[in-house]
Design a binder for this molecule. Structure first.
Ligand code: NAG
Ligand code: NAG
Length: 378
């Protein structure tokens, strides 16, 4: 988003800069022509040149650049207003559903928070089976002519993204995703949890345009039985993507990574007609229904639970090793520090005391060596 606005800003600055340059050049020409060419009488020359220079057609470039700049400014105000109207239309169903489900919506008064002229954020907390939910309404960049052309060319969808952070303890941890088939390659490449734990499976029930990433057949079957299967079977459905995960979206860099259980959904925004709004509301309600369904209705077989745990153990093996190594390094450091302090004390001893200490220390080291050797033999 920011990138597109900056491209437009850059374009606008270039136009302005270029216009100033052209204007300056032409004014210079006019000024240059006014200065008398040597012997010619001054008055006659100036009165000959002036009308010719001020003809409007000589300012074609400026006129063009000025209209581009004005166009960009007008489209900014027009586009921003259009997006405000659209957001107001979508705010109603979103806040209705949030208020019916959460005790705290937005900051208590306002539901939507503008992030840019084409992005709106919302937040809610206080609901069973989850910690909080956050959402993002992504509209077309109508305020930004360059970005809008880009949006239209790429045929980007206006959509609402919702991410619900589930209660850790109340649901099984598994990974699942349903996405448009054309997005499946990118998803399998970009998301660590999907790439690590799932495989694309075929399911004759869902639309052929949808790719299903499944980790565990037991979990996937139960999830699709929630009504999700029917929604994914219909090509008219607004539910564009759905992910359930208990893993990190990116490969962790250290062993103390945190991963929440999450339910994420992308809902396509149809035209804001009465039917469109109603269909959208129904889809959003279904997403929150899934929060309850995942926590209450999905009960995995013991062997499925074991398999899921094993897959996580296997995937996070290197992090377990990292944690172990870190612990050992810390221990070695403490021991070295202890030894340093001990040797410092020895420096202050009398020769007799030192001899005794060295004797004792030699025995201690010997014992340590022996116990190490015994351990190795075993
Ligand atoms: C969520 O909202 C829907 C209506 O939008 C309602 O039927 C449902 O009971 C609500 N769920 C909870 C847990 O409040
Ligand atoms: C999560 O569920 C547990 C067990 O039902 C409950 O004690 C805890 O308060 C819940 N946490 C949140 C954040 O709702």
């Amino acid at each position: 988003m920011l990138r597109f606005s900056s491209i437009s800003l850059l374009a606008l600055s270039c136009v302005a800069l270029f216009a100033t340059r052209v204007l300056a050049d032409e004014l210079e020409d006019v000024a240059g022509d006014i200065t008398p060419p040597s012997a010619e009488p001054l008055i006659g020359s100036a009165s000959q040149m002036a009308p010719q220079q001020l003809v409007l057609s000589n300012y074609k470039t400026e006129a063009f650049l000025l209209s581009v700049a004005v166009g960009l400014v007008v489209s900014y105000f027009y586009g921003s207003r259009k997006n405000k109207e659209l957001a107001a239309a979508w705010e109603k169903p979103i806040s209705d559903v949030l208020r019916a489900n959460f005790s705290l919506v937005g900051d208590g008064r306002q539901v939507f928070e503008w992030d840019s002229a084409a992005d709106v954020l919302f937040y809610a907390s206080g609901r069973r089976h989850c910690k909080f939910a956050q959402g993002h309404v992504v509209l077309r960049a109508r305020q930004d002519a360059v970005a809008l052309i880009n949006d239209l060319a790429a045929n980007t969808q206006e959509k609402v993204e919702i991410e619900v952070t589930l209660n850790e303890t109340e649901s099984s941890g598994f990974v699942f995703a349903a996405v448009p088939r054309k997005r499946s390659k990118a998803l399998g490449r970009d998301r660590y949890d999907i790439a690590t734990f799932t495989k694309v499976v075929s399911n004759e029930k869902v639309s052929p345009k949808v790719a299903i990433f499944s980790e565990n057949a037991d979990a996937t079957t139960q999830l699709l039985d929630s009504g999700l299967g029917d929604i994914l079977a219909s090509e008219a459905s607004l539910l564009e993507e759905l992910h359930v995960t208990d893993g990190p979206s990116e490969k962790p860099e250290s062993h103390d990574f945190k991963c929440d259980k999450k339910l994420m959904a992308v809902i396509r925004l149809p035209a804001a007609t009465t039917e469109g709004l109603a269909q959208f509301k129904e889809t959003l309600e279904f997403v929150f229904y899934l929060v309850d369904y995942i926590s209450e209705a999905i009960v995995l077989r013991p062997e499925s639970t074991r398999k899921l745990a094993k897959a996580r153990e296997e995937a996070f093996k290197e992090f377990t090793r990292m944690a172990e190594q870190e612990k050992q390094d810390a221990l070695a450091k403490t021991l070295a520090e202890k030894r340093r302090i001990e040797l410092e004390g020895v420096d202050k001893m009398s020769p007799e005391q030192r001899r005794k200490w060295e004797e004792k220390d030699r025995k201690k080291q010997l014992k340590k060596e022996q116990s190490k050797r015994v351990r190795r033999v075993r």
